[in-house]
Design a protein around this ligand. Structure first.
Ligand code: HEC
Length: 482
C-alpha cells in the first residue's frame, strides 16, 4: 500500500495529473445546470464511439474503387462483429449529427454564446460544419450507387461557386468525374483530415469551456453586461458553485450510458444500412437518396426552381454559416433568457419545422427519377400518329419521363420540359439528348437517328401557347412537313 502510494506520488510529481484532474473534474459549476447541459458531452461521447468503431472498420475496409464494395460486403456478412460495427458506426454518426444539432440549439436558446463565451460558440460552429463534413464524406465510403450519386450532387454544388468552383469540384472528385481517385480522396479526408481538424477545434472548444466555466442557467431580467459579468460569475461560483464531478457530471454519465445502450440496440437490431447496388453510372435505376441527415438539403436542391438553384445552393450554406458567425458578434450582450428573446424561440421552431418538412419531402424523393411515370396522355401530346406521337411514346419508353415532366406528368430530376421549345432550338435539343449532361445520361448511342428526330419533333411542339394562334399554326406546319 505504501509502495503504491509512493509510486502514485512520484507519478503525479512528474505528470501533474492530480492537479489536472482537480482542474478538469472538480472545477466548480454554477448551480441549477440540469439535463439541458448533457448534449455537449454526449456529442463528445458519440465522437469517441466514432473513433473507436471507425478505426476498427478501417482495419478491414479497402479504400480502392475496385475493392471497397467487396470489402464492405465482407465486413457486413463475414467479419467477426463486422455487421455490428458498421451498424454502430452508422448510428453513432446519426447520434453525433443529432446531438450536435440539439447542443447548438440549447446554447442558442440559453444565450450561452454571449460574453465571454463568443469563441466557444465560434469554435463550435466550426465543429458543427466538420461534423457534417464527416457525415457527408462517410457516406461515399459506402461506395454504392446511392453514395456515388450524393457525391455527384455535392460536387455539382461546389462546382457552381464562381471562379473557384471548378477547382473545388475538381479537388473533391480528384478529377473530373467520380472515379477511383475520388474514393481515395474521400477516405483521406474522412479518416485523417477532418478528424485532425475536429481534434484541434475540440481541444480549443473544451479549453474555452474550462476557462470560462459553464454558463449559468439564464434568468429573465438578468442581462449579461461584459463590464461586470466576470466578477459576478466568479462570485456566483464562490457562493454556490458545485464540483463538476459529481454534482453535474452524473447527468452526463447517465445520459451517455443510455445513449450507448440505445446505439448498441439499434446496431444489433437494425444493423448497418443496406448496401445498394455497386456504383454503375450506366444503371439508371439508382435510388439516389442520401442518409437522413442530408435528406432535407437534397430536398431543397430538388424542389428549387432551376433559376434559383445556383444562388441558393451557393449562398445558402454561406449565409447559414455567416449568420452563425454573426450571432455572438452582434449578440454578445443583453438578456439571455429565451422568454426575453422570443425571436430566438421563433427561429429555432422555424428551423426545425422547415427541416422536418423537407425531410418528409425528401423521403418522397421528388428528385430521384420517377420510375412509375405513366405515358403522357393524348391530351398532352396533341397527336395520335406521326413523328410527334412517336416522339411522345419514346419520351416515356426511353426513360426521359423518369426525369423530366411535361404538363405535370413525369419525374422532376431534370428540368420541366413543358415549354422547352421556348428555350432551346431543335439543334440544341438534339445535342443535349445525344450528349447528355452532368446529371443526364447521353442517349446518342442508345437512340437511332430516327428516334432522335422523333423525340425532337415532339419536344419542338412544347411551346407556351400564344393567344393569336399564329405560332400554333406554324408549329403544326413544321411538324407535318417532317
Ligand atoms: C437521369 C435523369 C434524366 C434522364 C433519364 C433524361 N434527362 Fe434530360 N436532363 C436531365 C437533367 C438533370 C438535365 C439538366 C442538365 C444539366 O443539369 O446540365 C436535363 C436536360 C435536358 C434537356 C435540356 C433542358 C433545358 O431546359 O435546358 C433536354 C431537352 C432533355 N434533357 C431531354 C431529355 C430527353 C429527350 C431524354 C430522353 C431521351 C432525357 N432528357 C432523359 C436529366 C435527365
Amino acid at each position: 500500500m505504501k509502495l503504491l502510494r509512493r509510486i502514485w506520488h512520484e507519478f503525479d510529481d512528474r505528470t501533474g495529473i492530480a492537479s489536472l484532474w482537480e482542474w478538469v473534474g472538480c472545477h466548480p459549476v454554477p448551480p441549477g445546470t440540469g439535463w439541458w447541459y448533457v448534449f455537449g458531452s454526449a456529442t463528445l461521447l458519440a465522437f469517441i464511439i466514432q473513433i473507436v468503431t471507425g478505426i476498427a472498420l478501417a482495419t478491414m475496409y479497402v479504400p480502392s474503387a475496385a475493392h471497397a464494395y467487396n470489402s464492405l460486403q465482407y465486413i457486413s456478412h463475414q467479419a467477426l462483429l463486422g455487421h455490428f460495427l458498421r451498424g454502430l458506426h452508422y448510428f453513432g454518426a446519426s447520434a453525433m449529427v443529432l446531438l450536435v444539432g440539439i447542443h447548438v440549439m440549447r446554447v442558442f436558446l440559453h444565450g450561452s454564446y454571449k460574453y465571454p463565451r463568443e469563441l466557444n460558440w465560434l469554435t463550435g460552429v466550426v465543429l458543427l460544419f466538420l461534423t457534417l463534413g464527416m457525415a457527408f464524406t462517410g457516406q461515399l465510403l459506402r461506395w454504392d450507387n446511392v453514395a456515388v450519386w450524393s457525391v455527384i450532387v455535392g460536387a455539382e454544388q461546389a462546382g457552381r461557386a464562381p471562379v473557384l468552383g471548378k477547382y473545388i469540384a475538381h479537388f473533391i472528385l480528384a478529377g473530373d468525374t467520380v472515379g477511383g481517385a475520388t474514393l481515395t480522396r474521400f477516405f483521406a479526408i474522412h479518416v485523417f483530415m477532418i478528424p485532425a481538424a475536429i481534434f484541434a477545434f475540440l481541444g480549443a472548444h473544451l479549453m474555452l469551456v474550462l476557462k470560462h466555466g459553464i454558463s449559468e442557467p439564464p434568468v429573465a431580467g438578468r442581462p449579461v453586461d461584459p463590464k461586470t459579468y466576470r466578477k459576478w460569475y466568479e462570485n456566483l461560483l464562490e457562493r454556490e458553485g458545485r464540483p463538476f464531478w459529481l454534482d453535474a457530471a452524473w447527468r452526463d454519465a447517465v445520459f451517455g450510458v443510455a445513449m450507448i445502450v440505445v446505439l448498441v440496440i439499434l446496431a444489433v437490431v437494425v444493423g448497418a444500412p443496406h448496401l445498394a447496388a455497386p456504383p454503375d453510372p450506366t444503371i439508371m435505376e439508382a435510388y439516389p437518396r442520401p442518409d437522413w441527415y442530408f435528406l432535407w438539403y437534397f430536398a431543397v436542391l430538388a424542389l428549387l426552381p432551376s433559376s434559383l438553384e445556383t444562388p441558393v445552393i451557393l449562398f445558402g450554406p454561406l449565409l447559414f454559416g455567416a449568420i452563425l458567425i454573426l450571432v455572438p458578434i452582434f449578440g454578445s450582450k443583453g438578456e439571455r433568457h429565451p422568454l426575453r428573446r422570443p425571436w430566438a424561440i421563433g427561429t429555432v421552431i422555424l428551423i426545425w419545422v422547415t427541416i422536418g418538412t423537407l425531410c418528409i419531402e425528401g423521403e418522397r424523393a421528388p428528385w430521384s427519377p420517377d420510375f412509375n411515370a405513366q405515358p403522357l396522355s393524348t391530351q398532352v401530346v396533341g397527336a395520335t400518329s406521326g413523328p410527334v406521337y412517336e416522339g411522345a411514346i419514346l419520351f416515356h419508353k426511353k426513360g426521359c419521363e423518369f426525369c423530366h415532366s411535361i404538363a405535370g406528368q413525369g419525374g422532376h430530376r431534370g428540368p420541366d420540359l413543358t415549354y422547352v421549345a421556348d428555350r432551346l432550338t431543335p439543334a440544341e435539343m438534339t445535342i443535349r439528348i445525344a450528349n447528355g449532361a452532368q446529371l443526364m445520361p447521353a442517349f446518342g448511342g442508345i437512340l437511332s437517328s430516327e428516334q432522335l428526330n422523333d423525340l425532337v419533333s415532339f419536344l419542338k411542339t412544347r411551346k407556351r401557347p400564344v393567344p393569336q394562334g399564329n405560332n400554333v399554326q406554324s408549329n403544326a406546319v413544321a411538324s407535318t412537313s417532317h
